[in-house]
Design a protein around this ligand. Structure first.
Ligand code: AVJ
Length: 329
């Protein structure tokens, strides 16, 4: 019998289940129109992560300048036993935006959850990463959920009542939310996990500006390439005609709002065509592509409390660059 590539991919490990919550629509055109029609042009950071963007993010994580990934990994590795002690036995871990499913591996030997559910919008990456995980941990029930954690999941994710539900949200992705949105998101998680559940979340901590500036302006130029890839993606997927050399990466710390801002700055006055529409850029005008907020441990603890997680414990690195919080009721 002849097997196509698809059939070969479906030889999944028996401890893996796949759930598809993603409607097949997929076009980013409406979001792009909306963002570029604002007085202050903006695009949502989730658009960074097409295949090339995900690879560039991987490259950023490998640089000396970008401290969050290696710092968080070191905390998870060093504190795995303590973290597992806080969470307890028989947990059902739900990771939002699981990507390559690397960080949970640091916890699995100590934590030994009953269920691990990985949620991500990138179908191909998720299926590959979750089947590798299921193969490596035959005792673990792995559920791969193709879906967007930005949309309501409460009704769709029914997990066994005996297990303590814990949402795992590493990587300081919470920093991409406006503080008010972040509280709303934590509230949704609180509803999803229930009274005895919890959340394990990575948060970037306040620190000297020069460290932040360097992290978002790495000398290798991967962050610039990651930012500019957004325009390349619009060219590829929407047939837009952005001239990449006519825009530059611009990242800086906004001290008033405790956030790194990333923009794409137009180097000259120009018009860009996307689909049936055209957008004008003045020289020096920017598209705001991302905020990465950082918090003091106190400020983040207060946000968590406001969202219904009065209990919080933080682990950090010796330089206090990054915090891993376990939040619970
Ligand atoms: C994956 C959202 C946490 O904000 O630091 C890396 C993405 N942007 N370099 C971050 C990113 C620029 C990253 N997060």
């Amino acid at each position: 019998m002849k097997f196509g590539a698809r059939a070969a991919l479906q030889l999944e490990p028996r401890n893996l289940w796949t759930v598809d919550l993603e409607p097949a629509s997929g076009s980013i055109l409406q979001e792009v129109y909306e963002g570029l029609s604002q007085a202050r042009k903006q695009l949502p950071p989730k658009l960074f992560y097409d295949r090339r963007g995900a690879a560039l993010f991987g490259a950023i994580c490998g640089t000396q300048a970008y401290y969050p990934t290696r710092t968080e990994n070191a905390i998870l590795r060093r504190r795995a036993v303590e973290i597992a002690g806080e969470i307890g036995a028989d947990s059902a871990v739900i990771e939002f935006g699981a990507g390559q499913i690397e960080k949970i591996r640091l916890l699995l030997p100590s934590l030994r959850p009953t269920i691990y559910a990985a949620l991500d919008i990138s179908r191909e990456q998720l299926v590959q990463a979750s089947s590798r995980l299921a193969q490596d941990y035959p005792w673990l029930a792995v559920i791969a959920v193709i879906g967007d954690y930005g949309s309501p999941l409460e009704a769709q994710l029914t997990l066994p009542a005996y297990a303590r539900r814990v949402v795992f949200f590493p990587g300081s992705t919470i920093g991409n939310f406006e503080p008010e949105q972040a509280v709303g998101f934590l509230q949704r998680v609180r509803t999803l996990v229930g009274d005895k559940g919890g959340m394990l979340i990575g948060v970037d901590l306040e620190k000297p500006v020069r460290i932040l500036d360097l992290a978002y302006n790495d000398p290798e130029g991967y962050t610039a390439a990651f930012n500019l890839n957004l325009l390349a993606r619009l060219n590829r997927e929407l047939g837009a005609d952005f001239e990449l050399a006519a825009f530059e990466h611009h990242a800086f710390y906004n001290a008033d709002r405790s956030r790194i801002e990333m923009h794409l700055r137009s180097l000259r006055a120009q018009r860009v065509r996307i689909g049936s529409r055209a957008f004008a850029f003045a020289a020096g005008a920017t598209i705001h592509t991302e905020n990465s907020y950082n918090y003091t441990p106190q400020a983040f603890g207060e946000m968590a409390r406001a969202a219904g997680f009065p209990g919080s414990r933080m682990w950090t690195d010796p330089d206090h660059l990054f915090g891993v919080f376990f939040l619970h009721s």
